[in-house]
Design a binder for this molecule. Structure first.
Ligand code: ZN
Length: 349
């Protein structure tokens, strides 16, 4: 029997957590162009616009590297992009966000790290006051840089601790930087009480990367992890450890490699909950993927066929996976489920 479609208002208004957005990937085109002009960066408005054009993906890496090294130079730049991101997400029911930020390409020492971080954390405080959204930042290892740079990033975090810089992640091209290169950085973070998550099993990368992240990097959360499906034992291990997986419905790898007519049918996200995996949908690089929280959560229903009970569980998975204390999680579970159930009643056909 075909499912009765859920009203889009549910996805917009339901309380949500965002656990997987990259700060640099949240910048809108107009903001990027304005900041690039202000800093005299070696990039044109047209080159920047191409980053947001799905038909022109080729120069994306160069544009992002210019953004990191020439455009975002001042705490005020980071304040602007962080605040714009949080205000936009809050307008769509996001109550808490944990954002990845790669400091390595932008700074060279602990003082410079702390200087730019101050722009991010000040914006988080302002967004909390103005839009009732809480936020944390996860400085993230640029896995295309040498492992020593990852270790240095963790050392900066230890030297200049901030309660909002709660833990670490790792991203960029997984093929160029497998997780085993970064065990020292993750061990140091763990010894200093920093939370740990990692991109693994993205771009069709081996399931072994996920096992390494789980066992050797000792992550408390995982990002992507699609290839875990190839190994049922690994799925069981992830589930037994209670590790939540952030997934990205608009993930470009599957958009590119699966045939368009089979894309939604064959996408691994569709099969992950049945394999025992606690997944949670996210927007990743929202304006670049042409997606927002409402659209992302709607895709779980409309593209992958999950019903209201599944959506409610994904919402709870987000709370479970958040790097906040047990008391906050308990309060959110109560509040979010009450709001979700009332919304479902209100919009039910
Ligand atoms: Zn990501």
């Amino acid at each position: 029997m075909p499912m009765t479609p859920l009203d889009h208002a549910l996805f917009r208004r339901m309380p949500k957590i965002a656990l997987h957005d990259h700060l640099l990937g949240t910048i809108g085109c107009a903001t990027f162009q304005a900041l690039a002009r202000a800093r005299g960066a070696a990039i044109t408005d047209d080159e920047i616009a191409d980053l947001y054009d799905p038909a022109k993906k080729l120069g994306a890496m160069r544009v992002l590297r210019v953004l990191e090294t020439q455009v975002l130079r001042e705490p005020a730049d980071f304040h602007r992009i962080t605040y714009e991101y949080l205000a936009g997400h809050a307008a769509q029911g996001v109550r808490h966000a944990e954002i990845f930020w790669n400091p390595t390409p932008s700074v060279a020492d602990a003082a410079a790290y702390a200087r730019l971080l101050s722009g991010i954390t000040a914006a988080m405080a302002d967004a909390q006051a103005d839009h009732a959204i809480t936020a944390l930042v996860l400085p993230s290892i640029d896995r295309e840089a040498p492992p020593e740079a990852a270790l240095a990033m963790v050392e900066w975090m230890i030297a200049r601790p901030d309660p909002r810089a709660i833990g670490i992640g790792i991203d960029y091209n997984e093929n160029k930087g497998p997780p085993e290169l970064f065990t020292a950085a993750y061990a140091l973070a763990g010894r200093h009480g920093l939370k740990r998550t990692a991109h693994a099993g993205e771009f069709g990368c081996p399931a072994a990367h996920i096992r390494t992240a789980l066992r050797d990097l000792a992550v408390e959360r995982l990002d992507h992890c699609y290839t875990a499906l190839e190994e049922p034992d690994l799925c069981r291990e992830i589930a037994d450890r209670g590790v939540v997986i952030t997934v990205v419905p608009t993930n470009t790898y599957y958009r590119r490699t699966l045939p368009p007519e089979r894309w939604a049918e064959d996408h691994p996200i569709r099969r992950m909950p049945a394999a025992g995996l606690a997944i949670h949908p996210n927007t990743d690089d929202p304006p670049i993927h042409h997606i927002d929280p409402e659209g992302c959560w709607a895709m779980m229903h409309e593209a992958f066929g999950f019903g209201a009970a599944d959506i409610r569980q994904f919402m709870l998975n987000g709370i479970e996976g958040a790097f906040v204390d047990a008391g906050t999680k308990a309060a959110w579970r109560k509040l979010f489920t009450a709001e979700f159930d009332a919304l479902l009643q209100e919009i039910a056909p």
